[in-house]
Design a protein around this ligand. Sequence first.
Ligand SMILES: Nc1ncnc2c1ncn2[C@@H]1O[C@H](COP(=O)(O)OP(=O)(O)OP(=O)(O)O)[C@@H](O)[C@H]1O
Ligand SMILES: [Mg+2]
Length: 299
Amino acid sequence: MVPGKYSEEMGMSRDIDEETKQRLASLFQMKSIEARIAENMKSIRYKIGVISGKGGVGKSTVTANLAVALALEGYRVAVFDSDFHGPSIPKMLGVEDATLEVTKDKKILPVTGPYGIKIVSILYLLPEKTEAVIWRGPLKKKFFDDLALYTQWGELDFLLFDLPPGTGDEALNLAQSIKDLAGVIAVTQPTEVSALAVAKSINFARKTNIRVLGIVENMSYFVCGDGKKYKIFSGNGGEMLSKMFNVPLLGRIPIDPRVAELGDSGYSLLVQDPDSEFSKEFRNLVNNLLEVLEGGESR
Ligand SMILES: Nc1ncnc2c1ncn2[C@@H]1O[C@H](COP(=O)(O)OP(=O)(O)OP(=O)(O)O)[C@@H](O)[C@H]1O
Ligand SMILES: [Mg+2]
């Protein structure tokens, strides 16, 4: 069928006005939400998710301190707190009472935290900090996409996504909406129970074609006043996962009771005590991560 002939037969004019032409053109050019997010994030070098199959293993602690460690090395860093049920990054970075600004042209300005770290968190959108919101899956996706799309991220070296435990909506949103993710870091505790739960989230990453950059074992040991290292939790979960999935063990972070205290006040132990084993391990983690990102070795 000749389209022109068809329109004539249907009594339609062959000449469409300029406005309609433009509307049709923009319709054909309309991009998917993923493409628009990628465009908004095009000046971010590495986008990295911090995941774990298990709750309370220290994902947010690792995310917050990794952000600080990277910023202290001079990198431009932002954190996208994607934990819709327990957003804890603003508190850990000491900017819980800040507010997200929205400009006249509907752009979101991230909160600037310590060492210039930019922070976007769902916490800032809740009317009350302790409010429990019942999030339905599609609403989470909408909020995640809106924050990713309308935030003015600017030029960044790293954007870290802090996720809730498991392979639920948030992990899926990350996989679906952020197409050029550099990869994920999986956090585990030393115990086998923890490692097996984390193995599930690594399998999830593999299934969704996300690169696993490596494993971080948190709470690996405790350094006593006499300098001796004591293992508090049994097992070698980090090493076990590293071998199981053939990905590097990026770091083994010790337990330091000051982490929890400082984490509640927004100060990082990395600055408070740079010579601590905890701080040294985070610097080590940064070096290993950079090697993986620049060398491209793990899958
Ligand atoms: N290496 C560490 N030494 C001491 N305390 C730690 C360490 N890592 C984490 N913690 C503490 O353990 C608790 C849980 O950590 P965190 O909130 O980071 O875990 P999470 O995996 O993000 O939890 P959730 O699954 O609820 O998001 C916090 O109180 C934190 O301060
Ligand atoms: Mg957390």
